[in-house]
Design a protein around this ligand. Structure first.
Ligand code: DNO
Length: 347
């Protein structure tokens, strides 16, 4: 495995120099953040980003994310141009040395939590999703702001996109995903860029919008839409793992044995009735068995990228929810320890 870390660019309080000091750190996971969703990224900005990362002694090989324009998910005629733009981004990123692109196919919202700073008994703060809180959230008031969400929506444009989704069924979303993949995967193959879809977080419908990348059956279907190693997964433990019906040990085993996992988001969660709390990476802090999940990846020779996913805010750190330095660095070190032990014992 190649240890990696998400970095939000020059403005990120967690600097490349700090990330580099985490043991075994090899690769930066980043993106261009100032281009509207669906547009082509300039070669100059890609080169500038690459230079900044490489000058710090880290590798520039993973993008998270090249976002998919809503018109592609909605299957509108204007998707043609957005798909062409997406292909051009794959070409440009491939030429710059990127080997893996993480993306998602969630309508309108990316990851969703109901509170970003829930104080846990130990005084740390974590991201949580409580069903009683989500029931009270109305995205159409224009007051909601969620992490990872395209903040360019106004109240009016959000209402308009919700109206468009009113007639989109899960089957429509599947057809639109298939259309997209059939177009882009041949380009990814030519450019040697592995496409790695992120699971829906949480893996169920929210605000009445359809979500399909949610469970083993649907992952099978997604991978068979285009049966190529370039059509693969970002396996996100904490996204799939909040649903008790998703057996993460089995899922990690199955898809890594198939060679379809290219990127791993390693995170632990505490499952509650209809909701969850994000937990420290250490298995006993949450509901997932991190050692057994990683053991399966190791057994199947996983050599893709792995990054510690969301951390809690600890030791007084403030910053981007889920993306501080301290708890994610602890997570990286924990994963390193498990992996080294597996290297030495599971032969
Ligand atoms: C959350 C992230 C997601 C992820 C996208 C991939 O912390 O894992 O925002 O980057 O869903 O496109």
């Amino acid at each position: 495995m190649k240890m990696s870390f998400r970095w939000y660019g020059t403005d990120d309080a967690v600097t490349l120099a700090k990330i580099k000091q985490i043991p075994n750190m090899s690769t930066i996971v980043t993106a261009i953040y100032d281009v509207p969703v669906g547009e082509v990224w300039s070669k100059e900005s890609i080169q500038a980003l690459k230079k900044e990362v490489e000058d710090s002694g880290l590798l520039f090989e993973v993008i998270e994310s090249v976002p998919v324009h809503e018109d592609i998910k909605l299957g509108k005629p204007s998707r043609e141009q957005y798909i062409e733009n997406y292909k051009e981004n794959i070409r440009r990123l491939g030429a710059a040395g990127i080997r893996c692109i993480c993306y998602n196919f969630m309508p309108v919202f990316d990851w969703t939590r109901t509170q970003l700073d829930k104080e846990l008994p130990d005084g740390s703060n974590a991201l949580v999703y409580y069903p009683e809180q989500i029931a009270k959230m109305d995205p159409l008031t224009g007051e909601l702001s969620l992490p990872g969400w395209d903040a360019s929506y106004t109240k009016e444009t959000l209402k308009a996109v919700f109206d468009e989704y009113a007639s989109i069924t899960e089957e429509d979303l599947w057809n639109n995903l298939q259309y997209f993949l059939q177009e882009i995967i041949p380009v990814a193959e030519e450019c040697d860029v592995k496409m790695a879809i992120h699971q829906d977080d949480p893996p169920w419908s929210i605000f009445g919008l359809p979500r399909i990348i949610t469970c083993e059956e649907n992952l099978d279907r997604m991978l068979s839409l285009v049966d190529s190693p370039y059509n693969g997964l970002t396996l996100c433990f904490g996204s799939l793992g909040v649903s008790p019906k998703n057996d993460m040990v089995h899922i990690a085993d199955k898809y890594s044995a198939m060679g379809r996992i290219h990127f791993v988001h390693a995170r632990n969660v505490k499952i509650l009735d209809g909701g969850f709390e994000e937990a420290a990476h250490y298995s006993p802090c949450g509901s997932l068995d991190m050692v057994e999940i990683l053991r399966k990846l190791h057994k199947n020779g996983f050599d893709g990228y792995i990054r510690p996913d969301h951390g809690r805010m600890i030791w007084g750190e403030t910053g981007r929810a889920g993306y501080g330095l301290f708890d994610r660095a602890l997570g990286a070190t924990y994963i390193n320890g498990i992996w080294e032990t597996l290297d030495k014992t599971d032969r």
